[in-house]
Design a protein around this ligand. Structure first.
Ligand code: ADP
Length: 262
């Protein structure tokens, strides 16, 4: 249609003056939308043939000894197709979250229930190799999108497990901080060097590609977290010490926290 979009900024100019800068971003937004639609469509189209291939690989696995050369090759094919499916699912999640607009603020999200699901998923991923310690305010409720909050918290917990050597401890908490609510994940992993921190939430940015691939990474997790948090007027805080561990945290504004009746 004929409508166009202007980005307007008001900046301080000297002590008492203000500078108003307006930029036509119509074309930029259209291109962003085209890219998002393209990624969503391609991902969706790739799913069907992949499911067919997975079915055939499963059938072929049933016809041979898993220890034989052929059995091992089928196993490798199965693993690669699972990785591809994870990547496609994550691309779809990212484009869904990127293009979602208004939050449904009608029904509050029950944080203890959400975190109990995430804890179970975490225990399955860790398979007894890490100690997971969850401390969640039992009465905390927030306004927001349940799917997006689940994606944000689950991705951070899963990363903490995947980048912490076996035997390490992961501490996860959701607390009230005044009228705001704060989520934190502290791990005892390898840590992240400061030069990587500013780029960590970019799509496909990985500190160590091989390591990320080995642990089942796609390079999309933190991009998903960033977009989900943007929708909730929140930002990811990352602090890390190489060799000691990392802390990923975010706070939800008071307007999104169901306040206790006084
Ligand atoms: P991936 O699927 O590769 O984990 P993410 O977007 O979730 O992608 O994370 C981007 C990169 O940030 C990872 O490849 C890894 O290098 C680094 N990273 C994320 N979480 C942690 C963590 N808890 N400890 C150390 N490095 C991390």
């Amino acid at each position: 249609n004929d409508s166009w979009l202007l980005e307007v900024r008001i900046m301080a100019y000297g002590d008492s003056q203000r500078l108003l800068v307006a930029r036509d971003v119509t074309r930029l937004r259209q291109l962003e939308q085209m890219r998002r639609d393209f990624v969503a469509n391609v991902s969706h189209e790739l799913k069907t043939p992949l499911t067919v291939l997975q079915g055939y690989v499963e059938m072929m696995q049933m016809t041979c000894d898993p220890e034989s050369m052929q059995g091992r090759q089928f196993k490798a094919m199965e693993e690669q197709s699972v990785r591809m499916k994870t990547l496609i699912d994550r691309l779809l999640t990212l484009s869904r979250i990127e293009s979602s607009t208004d939050l449904d603020l009608e029904r509050p999200v029950d944080i203890p229930a959400l975190m109990s699901t995430i804890q179970q998923e975490g225990e399955t991923l860790a398979a007894g190799s890490h100690q997971l310690v969850f401390e969640v305010d039992p009465e905390l409720k927030v306004y927001g999108d349940e799917m997006q909050l689940h994606s944000a918290c689950a991705n951070l917990v899963q990363n903490a497990i995947r980048y912490t050597p076996p035997g390490g401890e992961i501490r996860v908490s959701w607390r009230r901080n005044g009228e705001r609510a704060r989520f934190e994940v502290q791990d005892q992993g390898e840590g992240i060097a400061p030069e990587h921190l500013p780029r960590l939430t970019e799509r496909f940015y990985r500190v160590d590609k091989a390591r990320s691939r080995d642990t089942g990474g796609s390079g999309l997790g933190l991009a998903i977290v960033k977009h989900a948090l943007n929708h909730h007027n929140s930002q990811l805080e990352i602090s890390s010490v190489v060799g000691q561990g990392s802390r990923f945290a975010f706070e939800l504004p008071a307007t999104l926290v169901v306040q206790k009746a006084s």
